[in-house]
Design a binder for this molecule. Structure first.
Ligand SMILES: O=C(O)CCC(=O)C(=O)O
Ligand SMILES: [Fe+2]
Length: 258
C-alpha cells in the first residue's frame, strides 16, 4: 500500500495532498538542466542565474523552446511508475496519464500574472478556474499532479489552490467557467477571493472558512525538487506572482480514468 487510509480521507475531503513519495533526482535533474539550457540560449539566464527583464508580466515570457521541453525524452521520463501507482490508489481505480504530457509551468522572476509587477506578493484575485466542473455528483474524474523541478518557496510563483472547492455546487451537473464563477461569487469567501480591492486575501490562506458546510482554504503549492502534490481536477486554482529572483519551474501531468 502506497497511500494510507488517512491520506485517502484527506484527499477526499480537501481534494489536495502532498505525497510521501517523490520524483527522484535522476529524473528531475535532467529536466531542470534542459530548461536552463533553453533559458541560457534565449539570453534570459547565464551560469549565475536570471539576466532577463526585471519587471515582467506573464504575457512577455512565452518562449516556444520552453513549450517544446514537454516533448523531450527527459520530460517524458519524469513520471515514475511508483507515482502513477500512488495516483491510481488515491483514485481507487486505475487512472492513466492524459495529454498534455509533462507540461512545464514556468513563471519568470519578478513577474506578476495579473498586471503590473509591484514586488508585493498577494493571493491572486484573477485567473481562478477549475480544469473540470466541480460538484460531488459526478465524482472524481481526474487528478492533476504538480511537482517541482527546482525548489519553489512561498511567493515564488507556486500554483494557488482552494482546498475543499471540488465539493461545492454539487447540485449542478455542468457549470461552464463563467457561470461557476458567478455562483461562487455569491459566497463571501469567494467574493473576497476574487475582489481585487479586498485587502486581506492573504488571510484566506491562514484560516479555513465554511462554505455550504464545506471547509475551504487557499493553499500555495511550494516544495522541494521532486515533491509531488495530487490535486482533484475540480479544485478552484490560479497562478501566483513570482516575487523571487528565480524562475518558477514546476511540472504538471493530468490523469484520468475515462
Ligand atoms: O501555472 C500554474 O501554476 C497553474 C496552471 C494551471 O492552471 C494548470 O496547469 O491547470
Ligand atoms: Fe488549470
Amino acid at each position: 500500500m502506497l497511500i494510507s487510509r488517512e491520506q485517502k480521507k484527506e484527499f477526499q475531503d480537501s481534494g489536495l495532498i502532498k505525497l510521501k513519495q517523490r520524483l527522484p533526482g535522476s529524473v528531475i535533474e535532467p529536466a531542470r538542466q534542459l530548461v536552463y539550457e533553453k533559458l541560457i540560449a534565449a539570453g534570459w539566464c547565464n551560469e549565475t542565474g536570471w539576466i532577463g527583464p526585471k519587471l515582467g508580466n506573464q504575457g512577455q515570457f512565452k518562449l516556444k523552446s520552453l513549450k517544446q521541453c514537454s516533448h523531450s525524452r527527459v520530460f517524458r521520463a519524469l513520471i515514475t511508475d511508483e507515482i502513477k501507482s500512488c495516483l491510481s490508489e488515491l483514485a481507487g481505480r486505475q487512472i492513466n496519464m492524459t495529454p498534455p504530457h509533462s507540461q512545464l509551468l514556468f513563471t519568470a522572476p519578478f513577474t506578476s500574472v495579473m498586471g503590473a509587477y509591484t514586488g508585493c506578493w498577494d493571493v491572486p484575485y484573477a485567473i481562478w478556474h477549475t480544469d473540470l466542473p466541480p460538484g460531488l455528483s459526478t465524482g472524481l474524474r481526474g487528478i492533476q499532479l504538480f511537482s517541482f523541478l527546482d525548489e519553489v518557496r512561498p511567493g515564488s510563483g507556486g500554483t494557488l489552490v482552494v482546498s475543499g472547492s471540488h465539493r461545492l455546487l454539487s447540485e449542478f451537473r455542468h457549470l461552464p467557467g463563467k457561470k461557476l464563477k458567478k455562483k461562487l461569487r455569491q459566497k463571501p469567501f469567494f467574493s473576497d477571493l476574487m475582489n481585487r480591492h479586498y485587502l486581506m486575501r492573504e488571510q484566506l490562506m491562514h484560516e479555513a472558512a465554511e462554505v455550504d458546510g464545506v471547509l475551504v482554504k487557499v493553499h500555495e503549492l511550494t516544495g522541494k525538487p521532486g515533491e509531488v502534490f495530487a490535486a482533484d481536477m475540480r479544485l478552484f486554482h490560479s497562478l501566483g506572482d513570482n516575487c523571487s529572483e528565480h524562475p518558477r519551474l514546476m511540472v504538471s501531468q493530468r490523469f484520468s480514468g475515462e
